[in-house]
Design a protein around this ligand. Structure first.
Ligand SMILES: Nc1ncnc2c1ncn2[C@@H]1O[C@H](COP(=O)(O)OP(=O)(O)OP(=O)(O)O)[C@@H](O)[C@H]1O
Length: 625
């Protein structure tokens, strides 16, 4: 940078002056962040047991997140707590750590209780598995004599009995499973009333929407008055209020706010974008996003129906893009395996149908099929959905950098939960929503909810800047041609075939997992559905078709990926240096615009919502270069 010291102000080159101002602003921001970090409490200051702190260190977790800093002391004090904090903010450890610490004091006593001391209720089997894995790994790392088990409704009775025979202290389950256990005599309500000390309702905003109200009532009727109740939620809703009244006694309500005093349901480290296109052009746009590589991998794509998921998979396959599919009709072993493989980085693109809105639709579809079936009096493949399935909400997808809404979600809450699959804990991410004219009303609702009352006109979701119209149009002919070839029959056959394969796989996986619990790479779930290899002209899009701006954008995205890959540490956590790098590092969406303007575009690319971002959107390194 030029040395301007001693020069009269008027002589200073305006660009240099501007750069200096940016530099000063950056220094102020860094200082503010450092001060913020200094105010943060450590796990030691939260009076967490040293065994737990050592376990966290082994997991790469060094510093509590804000919700953990706030909630842990209250939970350790024995208070009922309602904790509302955005997706990915670390709510699971916020309750698991103090819960375990409280059980540590009992684990020396020789006499085991007849029923678990802690119940953790979650809305889906996937979450059950995830929370169980987390609590088990903490117990193992702490080397304490505490036993945790998970129960789900689909387990055979004998497995449930075996699981409970060891008198576990912690039970992780779904609300539907408990009345079943009572009815089958696997759990004894009176014993629970005697033993239960802590009840956790995780993802409380979802428990009622999954239709668990009656199940929960049968549980609460046996919860003793002395039992400490914790309710964790990513969003506020009337359901959460209902549960609060049903179960908690005079709770401490923690609503974690970010920024000055603004409550932001989506983490500010997630940049949200949208693309306006017709419903028919969604295939074309997703092809452009993925094939021209203007979005960061790993990518999670949401669609609303299973058929559309298969159509998308077959369509992308023709262009040599391999994806895996996750939905509620797959067997549970397959679903868990797909999640594990995706989290382990074995594939980059996952197409997911989410939660019960999709289930309702699919059930309708199945009903329709049923009726047709009866009239035709013919036997055909019928999908059966898992009522405890929840692929998205609360699931900790690791290192997802981009979430794409191919179909828009049915509600604001759905949007928040989908977007929350990226930008988890201290990582950054982005989302791109494809919005057709039919989606517009719902989209406006989402936007105005996210902007909040005072900030109605602010653009929280901005137009996606890295894809030019020319770039999209250059793929139109190919996309439309291929889309025509993916017929309804092809979709139906692939769906049936895939399900058959997964059912066979599921059995193999079951026995394999029993023998090799850590082996992930057994079966690949992103294998091709179509028998024909992609045509070369579709697999490799000729360079001349892509305009220079998009080529440049794509290069930036690749560079950023490489940079992020290098700065990543294995394991769950990051150190502070890494964290800072990821916050301010090379994210092309923050530093580049395909539309040419190199400085803060309207829509705020490169600027944090709270106005803390650098004014030119360039990193120190880039400016120096
Ligand atoms: N203190 C921490 N430091 C670093 N990473 C953390 C910390 N606490 C939790 N994490 C990691 O952050 C990720 C998100 O945590 P978690 O699943 O608990 O979020 P959540 O708030 O429950 O999100 P959701 O509402 O979507 O379920 C996990 O991978 C977890 O291991």
């Amino acid at each position: 940078m030029a040395n301007t010291k001693g020069k009269p102000v008027d002589d200073v080159n305006p660009e240099v002056k501007e750069a200096e101002e940016v530099e000063e602003q950056r220094d102020v921001i860094e200082k503010e962040e450092e001060e913020e970090e200094e105010k943060d409490k450590s796990f030691e200051e939260l009076r967490l047991d040293p065994r737990l702190i050592r376990a966290l260190t082994k997991k790469g977790i060094e510093k509590p997140t804000p919700i953990q800093q706030t909630a842990i002391p209250f939970i350790l004090e024995g208070k009922d707590v309602v904790a509302k904090a955005k997706t990915g903010s670390g709510k699971t450890l916020a309750y698991l750590l103090p819960l375990l610490q409280k059980l540590f004091s009992d684990c020396g006593s020789k006499k085991k209780k007849p029923a678990p001391s802690a119940f953790i209720l979650v809305p889906s089997r996937e979450l059950c598995q995830q929370v169980y894995a987390e609590v088990s790994s903490l117990i193992e790392l702490c080397r304490v004599q505490i036993k945790a088990v998970q129960l789900t409704s689909s387990m055979p009775l004998s497995d449930m009995r075996n699981a409970l025979a060891g008198l576990p202290e912690i039970l992780v389950t779904t609300p539907a499973c408990i009345p079943k256990c009572f009815a089958d005599g696997v759990l004894n309500p009176a014993a629970i009333s005697d033993s239960l000390e802590i009840l956790v309702l995780d993802e409380a905003d979802l428990l009622l929407s999954y239709g668990y109200e009656d199940n929960l009532r049968s549980v609460t009727s046996i919860v003793p008055r002395r039992c400490q109740c914790l309710l964790m939620s990513a969003t506020t809703s009337s359901d959460v209020e209902k549960l609060k009244k049903l179960i908690l006694h005079n709770p401490v309500v923690l609503t974690l706010q970010e920024g000055a005093d603004k409550e932001e349901p989506v983490p500010s480290n997630v940049q949200q974008f949208w693309i306006s296109c017709s419903a028919q052009d969604k295939l074309l746009h997703i092809l452009a996003l993925l094939k021209l590589e203007v979005v960061q991998k790993k990518i999670l794509i949401f669609i609303n129906t299973i058929d559309m998921g298969f159509k998308l998979k077959l369509f992308l396959e023709k262009f040599g893009i391999k994806t895996a599919i996750l939905n509620g009709e797959l067997p549970q072993n397959s679903r868990l395996h797909i999640l594990e493989q995706f989290n382990a980085g074995l594939f980059d693109y996952l197409i997911a149908t989410d939660d019960n809105s999709q289930q309702a639709k699919a059930k309708e579809e199945a009903k329709d099929e049923d009726n047709k079936e009866k009239t035709k009096n013919k036997r055909r493949f019928k999908p059966k959905l898992d009522a405890e399935f929840g692929v998205v909400r609360g699931i900790d997808f690791k290192k997802v950098h981009t979430v794409i809404n191919y179909d828009m979600p049915q509600s604001v809450t759905g949007y928040i939960h989908r977007i929350g699959r990226t930008g988890r804990a201290y990582s950054s991410g982005s989302s791109v929503s494809l919005v057709s004219p039919d989606d517009m009303e719902g989209f406006e609702e989402i936007k105005s909810f996210l902007a909040g009352e005072e900030d109605k006109d602010s653009d929280v979701i901005t137009p996606f800047p890295l894809l030019t119209e020319n770039a999209v149009e250059s793929l139109r002919y190919r996309a439309e041609d291929v889309a025509k070839s993916v017929t309804k029959i092809a979709v139906r056959e692939s769906r049936a075939q895939d399900l058959r394969n997964e059912i066979i796989n599921s059995e193999k996986l079951k026995s394999h997992f029993e023998a090799n619990p850590r082996d992930l790479d057994l079966l690949k779930h992103d294998k091709l559905l179509s028998k024909t290899a992609p045509a070369p002209h579709l697999k490799d899009i000729p360079e001349y078709l892509v305009d220079p701006k998009t080529q440049e954008a794509s290069k930036m995205v690749k560079l950023a990926r490489a940079a992020m890959g290098n700065s990543r540490r294995s394991g769950g956590g990051r150190n502070n240096a890494n964290k800072k790098r990821s916050r301010k590092g090379v994210d092309p969406l923050k530093t580049f615009s395909a539309n040419g303007s190199k400085r803060g575009r309207s829509g705020g690319v490169g600027q944090k919502k709270n106005g803390k971002g650098s004014s030119d959107g360039l990193t120190k390194k880039q400016r120096t270069a």
